[in-house]
Design a protein around this ligand. Structure first.
Ligand SMILES: C[S@@+](CC[C@H](N)C(=O)[O-])C[C@H]1O[C@@H](n2cnc3c(N)ncnc32)[C@H](O)[C@@H]1O
Length: 268
């Protein structure tokens, strides 16, 4: 809860996380966002540890008083870096881990959407994506990024292959019903909270959500609900999820994709 009954020195924060309106014209949009996310609207940015900023350029996250986290994090699939990356999307290990040639006919559930980077890459490679994100702040950032990307010529087609649902994926993955050929999981890696090497956007995710300690039931559901395979992103030297040996793995320099082949139940 936000405590504002006494004047606070400017450098003291009062709320761990809240909404800051950078443009007064966006007050109603911010109020809708406050209802969706359950976050308070705070008028002084420096009173927030983490600020979800509403501006004409879309939503972004900032840590106003954190000297190690300057700048903002936004979901933006339209940058030059993204456009260059999309040109060689077929070489991405993530795409290879899906093991499919006929991508257009293949549905993937990304059950741990986060900031949507993996989903966007997979959609750019031609797959049909159903994406879930249960954290309301990350869900709002992702929805905003997809909305902006859908308005640009370069990304509009990719966005048409993505269906995004804020909420818990476990509610969607009914055991025994093959909901997609592939289910993809990228749970928050354990033990990375204070690592300086963790990229800025991942660090920012860590400030608004906890480690995915309850990933085992989601993994068990995914193994039941996938028609063909479950792909899990792990740190290169991290343990297997739920201690379960994958059928094979594709490893890069820092991460690894564990592939679990689950047979061919899709469409039955
Ligand atoms: C490491 S992040 C995923 C990053 C993502 N792959 C990307 O490319 O941006 C993990 C995310 O999974 C979400 N998550 C974990 N369990 C979930 C569940 N059962 N349903 C929906 N989202 C979940 C967390 O809230 C967190 O944002």
């Amino acid at each position: 809860m936000c405590r504002q009954s006494f004047p606070q020195p400017a450098e003291k924060t009062c709320c761990p996380i809240g909404i800051y309106i950078a443009d007064p014209g966006l007050k109603s949009a911010a109020e809708i966002l406050a209802v969706k996310t359950g976050l308070p609207i705070i008028n002084t940015r420096s009173q927030l540890e983490t600020a979800l900023i509403v501006s004409q350029n879309g939503l972004s996250l900032a840590r106003p008083n954190d000297a190690e986290m300057t700048g903002t994090v936004q979901v933006d699939f339209t940058t030059g870096a993204w456009i260059r990356r999309l040109k060689r999307v077929g070489t991405e290990r993530l795409v290879k881990a899906m093991g499919k040639k006929s991508r257009k006919a293949t549905r993937i559930v990304d059950a741990t959407g986060g900031l949507g980077r993996d989903s966007f890459l997979l959609a750019a490679a031609g797959f049909q994506l159903q994406v879930f994100e249960r954290n309301p702040v990350l869900a709002a950032l992702l929805a905003d990024g997809l909305n902006r990307a859908s308005k640009t010529a370069v990304s509009e087609k990719i966005c048409r292959r993505i269906r995004f649902s804020p909420g818990d994926a476990i509610d969607f993955l009914a055991p025994g019903e093959a909901v997609a050929e592939i289910i993809y999981l990228d749970p928050m890696f354990p033990g990375t909270t204070s690592t300086a090497k963790v990229k800025k956007d991942l660090q920012m995710i860590q400030h608004v959500t906890d480690e995915d300690a309850d990933i085992d039931p989601l993994f068990a559901c995914a193994l039941q609900a996938a028609g063909e395979r479950v792909v899990v992103k792990r740190p290169k030297k991290g343990p297997w999820l739920s201690d379960r040996r994958p059928d094979y793995s594709l490893a890069g320099t820092t991460i690894r994709f564990d592939v679990y082949l689950v047979g061919s139940r899709c469409g039955q």
